[in-house]
Design a protein around this ligand. Structure first.
Ligand SMILES: C[S@@+](CC[C@H](N)C(=O)[O-])C[C@H]1O[C@@H](n2cnc3c(N)ncnc32)[C@H](O)[C@@H]1O
Length: 305
């Protein structure tokens, strides 16, 4: 995946290019980053990229011409590398909110050209001529598109094959299909007791099915409380099983044991009982739905940077 960024502050992108998970993946050639400064596409001595807004008002507006020239240079560089024309996304509060599906779509693609606005924004004619998507990070206003672009890049790069050390860890994250699109459950590490608070007993039990069930129930509980619409979406996709629905009904206080089908009685047998141990909890693994995997294509190593 190749990411091109048009920005007045290319240095800000060292954060994803050089550090942490995304930095390691960049060094391994799993993705490439190219920054284009609109100032390099100006023709005056001051390298002017902004001007006052027509109609008056505060602030400055980014001029169309340097931005368009930077986008063209990025498209040409991509073409020289054998890549097709990339989507051009402006980071903007008026854009569509970026989410996990957006990150998955980007990770499954050849890449994107991200435009970082500054000042009051960019000349609308540039948007109409060159921009194919507008992406928002949320309902707040940043000083520039760079921080939003960093978030867009980070969320996509960590989904590329081989980027995370434990290949499964992205699948266990909030919003992931494998987690039925629910929120992730709480996590604990050493010590077992911290400031008088113990780690929940199921996590110490070593009983895999009980741990899976405990995590699932915490996910259901958290999602029901904080993001009920995600629960509805999971239900509509058929990703909630009977045990999930029963647990949610218990949480809501609407569970009716009488609605459960009667358990089939075993025929009396002469065989002696196998074990005198307490009955085990039903295997959550056996009942959990198995939603589809991420649509992530094989890695396309891209050594340039
Ligand atoms: C100060 S903001 C301009 C805000 C603009 N006047 C408005 O009210 O919509 C400067 C730049 O920051 C970026 N930006 C600000 N908030 C953003 C957000 N929530 N998501 C994505 N980009 C944002 C955009 O690129 C924008 O052009």
């Amino acid at each position: 995946m190749r990411i091109d960024v048009v920005t007045l502050f290319p240095d800000m992108f060292g954060v994803v290019r050089d550090l942490g998970v995304t930095g390691r993946a960049h060094a391994q050639g799993r993705w490439a980053l190219h920054a284009w400064n609109p100032r390099d596409f100006t023709h005056d001595v001051h390298r002017t990229v902004d001007d006052r807004p027509y109609g008056g008002g505060p602030g400055m507006v980014m001029m169309a011409a340097p931005l368009e020239a930077a986008v063209n240079a990025a498209q040409e560089a991509r073409a020289a590398q054998g890549l097709g024309r990339a989507p051009v996304a402006l980071l903007a509060p008026v854009g569509r909110r970026y989410d996990q599906t957006g990150a998955e779509t980007l990770a499954a693609s050849d890449g994107i050209i991200l435009i970082c606005g500054r000042y009051e924004g960019v000349d609308q004619r540039f948007i109409e001529r060159c921009v194919t998507h507008e992406i928002s990070l949320g309902d707040f206003v940043l000083s520039g598109g760079e921080i939003a672009a960093l978030a867009v890049i980070d969320a996509a790069v960590r989904l590329l094959p081989g980027v995370l050390n434990d290949g499964d860890s992205a699948l266990q994250d909030s919003f992931n299909d494998t987690l039925s699109g629910l929120l992730d459950s709480p996590h604990y590490t050493r010590p077992e007791v911290y400031e008088g608070q113990a780690v929940p007993a199921p996590l110490l039990s070593g009983h895999h099915a009980n741990i899976t069930r405990w995590r699932r129930e915490r996910s259901l509980e958290l999602t029901a409380t904080r993001r009920p619409e995600l629960l509805e979406s999971a239900r509509a996709k058929g990703w909630l099983n009977k045990a999930d629905e029963r647990y949610l009904a218990e949480l809501a206080g609407t569970y009716d044991p009488a609605s459960e089908p009667p358990k089939r009685r075993r025929k009396a047998s002469n065989k002696p009982a196998q074990s005198t141990q307490a009955p085990q909890a039903p295997s959550a693994e056996a009942t959990l739905p198995t939603p589809p995997q991420l649509p992530v294509p094989p890695a396309k190593p891209d050594a340039s940077s």
